[in-house]
Design a protein around this ligand. Structure first.
Ligand SMILES: [Zn+2]
Length: 89
């Protein structure tokens, strides 16, 4: 039951406008999703764990990413240029 910020009277349920004075009622749900992504992007780089584990994880990730990229390039080449490699399927 929200109270009108303009006239101070209590309204029934979730109304967009005050039933007494016609002023737009503040909606609780709308501002929260807009502010959440901004907070996440600002805080995520600061939440990085200890330097030791971060370096090893990054090198592992870099190696895995490199292998994946090379594999993707080979797959793309095979799809677009089937005769580029000596072996055949
Ligand atoms: Zn009102």
């Amino acid at each position: 039951m929200p109270f009108c910020p303009n006239c101070g009277k209590q309204n029934q349920g979730n109304v967009l406008f005050c039933t007494y004075c016609g002023k737009a009622m503040p909606q609780k749900s709308s501002p929260a999703p807009i502010s959440q992504p901004v907070i996440q992007t600002n805080t995520s780089p600061q939440r990085v764990p200890a330097p030791k584990s971060r370096v090893s994880n990054n090198t592992k990730k870099a190696v895995i990413t490199g292998i994946l990229i090379v594999g993707l390039i080979i797959i793309v080449l095979l799809i677009y240029y089937p005769g580029i490699f000596p072996w055949k399927w």
